[in-house]
Write a protein that binds this ligand. Structure first.
Ligand code: IMP
Ligand code: ZN
Length: 367
């Protein structure tokens, strides 16, 4: 296979990639949820929770839209992944899935939650996730030490804490304080997520001002749905995010600001198309417009557990629907590194991996 051949899934999987928009709970595979469910059922036969393989609708059957999407978490996944053991297990499984897909740097995001039944408060939740990230790093190191050839391919993991649109200002401030407190353990930023129909969100502005003051990275879910007027979008831009998620329904004047500021665009094709947030299928996705305009795109999965499309599949989709060749996919993947919240050293490590990959692909073509 050569670099001039049409890109296929084997290529996009081998391509070193960064994942910048992945919700921890939404990234848990159905198989992992099923395993957690099986363990719980065998410990407590009376557990009133359906098998996730049945309870979670299949996006491929058209069974999920923006109305049915959020209750999947609130009614089901949070009820299943509700103790230290399952959170740890799920985090490890999500990270392993990304590593297996050729991701070499991920900024996972999660919303701190209280799990009263397990005696876990928000800080406890964040600590469990951070510990699971550390354990993953250690287990990876052990595996790589045993096999020195793969050493450089290691997945590096950072964490973003999410503020949900339904949070009060006090709750949002707590998220920012937690991010600041655990910064030296790998937290790099703050996100705004949650059901986009939930309005208003202006009360959250001081939390983002505080995050900015502290120098945390800021990313927000942006224009997932059509809106009356652009006040909310303009307000979010005043929070000075470095990155925006989705950017689907954006008026021209706001697009101009985004382009001028060169904001990172976390584009999630399968999520948008399968959840019917964008119209016209893959071919009409706004990836095409931003790619042509030279936008700073970070192709992302959003919730791979639900949309069942890995990052390498997302890269293969843009090759298929927008005609990108191997070199353009490599450029796309390289460009996303510009907008990571990690430091210069982290960026340079990833670029080195990408350059080495490209050199090897070229060498393979010449031989
Ligand atoms: P968690 O933050 O790790 O618990 O991941 C699941 C949460 O991420 C959900 O409850 C939502 O609030 C949020 N989320 C996942 N996907 C989306 C999305 O596409 N838009 C907005 N919020 C999302
Ligand atoms: Zn998202």
């Amino acid at each position: 296979m050569s670099i001039s051949a049409k890109p296929d899934l084997a290529f996009t999987k081998a391509l070193p990639k960064v994942e910048l928009h992945a919700h921890l709970t939404g990234s848990i595979s159905k198989q992992c949820l099923h395993d957690i469910w099986l363990a719980k059922i065998s410990a407590d036969a009376g557990l009133a929770l359906e098998d996730p393989l049945i309870a979670i609708p299949s996006v491929k059957d058209g069974g999920i839209d923006v109305v049915s999407f959020f209750p999947i978490f609130d009614r089901y996944i949070y009820a299943l992944v509700c103790d230290e053991e399952s959170i740890r297990h799920a985090t490890a499984s999500v990270l392993q899935d990304f590593a297996d897909d050729g991701v070499c740097y991920v900024e996972l995001r999660t919303t701190p939650r209280v799990i009263a039944t397990a005696g876990i408060n928000k800080e406890g939740y964040v600590s469990i996730v951070l510990d699971a990230m550390d354990d993953f790093a250690a287990s990876q190191q052990n595996r790589l030490d045993a096999d020195a050839t793969g050493k450089e391919k290691k997945l590096h993991v950072k964490l973003i804490l999410s503020i949900d649109r339904k949070n009060t200002l006090q709750e949002a401030m707590e998220v920012v304080a937690l991010a600041a407190k655990y910064r030296d353990q790998g937290i790099v930023g703050i996100d705004l997520c949650g059901n986009p129909t939930r309005k208003p969100i202006s009360h959250l502005s001081p939390a983002f001002a505080e995050a900015k003051r502290l120098g945390l990275g800021i990313t927000v879910h942006f224009a997932e749905m059509p809106q009356d007027g652009s006040e909310e979008l303009e307000m979010m831009l005043e929070w000075q995010p470095q990155r925006l998620g989705h950017v689907i329904h954006v008026p021209q004047d706001v697009k101009t600001v985004i382009a001028e500021r060169q904001l990172g665009l976390e584009l999630c094709l399968s999520c948008n198309v399968l959840c019917k947030l964008s119209r016209g299928g893959f071919e009409a996705h706004h990836f095409g417009e931003w790619w042509t305009a030279g936008g700073k795109i970070a192709l992302s999965t959003d919730d791979v557990g639900i949309f069942e499309s890995s990052l390498s599949e997302e890269y293969a989709f843009v090759a298929k629907h927008f005609g990108l060749n191997r070199e353009q996919l490599w450029d796309l993947s390289r460009g996303a590194v510009d907008v990571v919240f990690g430091d210069r050293e982290e960026k340079e490590r990833v670029w080195r991996l990408m350059d080495k990959f490209w050199e090897q692909e070229g060498r393979r073509e010449r031989t």
